[in-house]
Design a protein around this ligand. Structure first.
Ligand code: NAP
Ligand code: ZN
Ligand code: ZN
Length: 351
């Protein structure tokens, strides 16, 4: 077994603290990865606080993992020691259902093996995430980081990047399409960069005016505050696609009204409570409300290659692991520009 240093949540109420555990020895198809950086996703906070239910402890969060291959199993063909690699939100899936066959492993009908707060393929060992020094993953679920991208800025692509890339592709964002990104946080700022690179006309809808300057710098053409009621009159019937990255409760009807005929409001953030939706604004203009979750392995690689080609990474604030609990509080206050990334070197001095 491989001894790993980490930070874990031990219960819903306690702050994250140093933790040690063991990972399996790499099998024939596994790669052992020395983790260099791990992004801090808002989903990490939802899960350590058990806001989605079913949390298991101790929990080592982290699913925006980048590092370097340290060892490969005897049958590994796609990677060699020294390669820059990434691991996203899941580390395996059933490989047999129609979703897995279609490269949509995130929607595996038996449930993908999520990177943490889940179980390994053996059905019993708890998966543990990237706030740790090393991880062992089947090469099929390991991604290649384009050499031109810095590893720290690339880490958030593994969740924030793919979560926006996948719906932008699915709903055909591109030249002639008007796309709104609702919420300029970790997910939202990647959405602006990706939609702009795909050629869409991009609008940011933010809950204050504070991020207006940033929004333009990130590539948005337009910026509006949703705390100004006039925004909803002015933009009525404007967008082909709205990607909602906000998890606080919003009045979805207000946003449906911002769609053009045949437009789609895609939910990415998940509010805790149910939200009522009126039929008329949907029926009257053939609009849709949809949801989307991360992306499959092939699409993750496509996204990373797209980012390599366009020089896209996340705007990050690099932190030491010892600052993780403070970082969570700042994410909750929307006080991060735009993603915390943990320098995993710092773990080596904490245990
Ligand atoms: P984040 O960095 O915290 O961003 C959320 C944004 O929501 C904030 O930056 C803020 O942007 C906006 N917001 C609107 N009203 C707010 C309020 N009252 N208080 C605080 N923020 C408010 O989070 P994230 O990492 O991007 O994740 C966003 C959500 O997506 C989370 O719920 C996460 O679990 C979920 N998620 C879903 C998937 C998926 O596959 N569907 C994947 C990853 C994460 P403004 O200041 O611009 O309003
Ligand atoms: Zn995430
Ligand atoms: Zn499956």
């Amino acid at each position: 077994m491989i001894q790993v240093q980490a930070y874990a949540a031990h219960s819903v109420k306690e702050p994250l603290a140093p933790f040690q555990f063991q990972r399996r020895e790499p099998g024939p198809r596994d790669v052992l990865i020395d983790i260099h950086y791990c992004g801090v996703c808002h989903s990490d906070i939802h899960q350590v606080r058990d806001e989605w239910g079913g949390a298991t402890f101790p929990m080592v969060p982290g699913h925006e993992i980048v590092g370097v291959v340290a060892q490969v199993g005897s049958q590994v063909t796609r990677f060699k020691v020294g390669d820059a690699v990434g691991v996203g939100c899941f580390v395996d899936s059933c490989r047999e259902c129609s979703s897995c066959h279609e490269g949509l492993e995130q929607y595996c009908e038996k449930g993908a093996n999520f990177t943490y707060n889940g179980v390994e393929k053996d059905g019993k060992t708890a998966t543990q995430g990237g706030y740790s020094t090393q991880i062992v993953v089947d090469e099929k679920y390991t991604l290649r980081i384009p050499p031109q991208l810095p590893l720290d800025g690339a880490a958030p692509l593994l969740c924030a990047g793919i979560t926006l890339y996948s719906p932008l592709k699915h709903w055909k964002a591109g030249p002639g399409k008007k796309v709104a990104i609702l919420g300029l946080g970790g997910l939202g700022h990647m959405g602006v960069k990706l939609a702009r690179a795909m050629g869409a006309e991009v609008t940011v809808l933010s809950h204050s005016m504070k991020k207006e300057g940033d929004s333009r710098r990130l590539g948005a053409h337009h910026f509006y505050s949703t705390s100004d009621a006039e925004t909803f009159n002015q933009l009525s019937g404007s967008f082909d696609l709205i990607l909602n990255t906000v998890s606080v409760n919003l009045d979805w009807d207000q946003y449906v009204n911002l769609l053009r005929r045949d437009g789609t409001l895609v939910l990415l953030g998940i509010p805790e409570k149910q939200v009522p939706v009126s039929a008329f604004p949907l029926v009257g203009a053939r609009r849709s409300i949809a949801g989307s979750m991360i992306g499959g392995i092939a699409e993750n690689q496509e996204m990373l290659d797209f980012c390599g080609k366009h020089g896209i990474t996340s705007d990050i604030e690099l932190i030491q692991i010892q600052k993780i609990n403070e970082a969570y509080e700042r994410v909750l206050r929307s006080d991060v520009r735009y993603r915390f990334v943990i320098d995993i070197q710092s773990l080596k001095k904490s245990n």
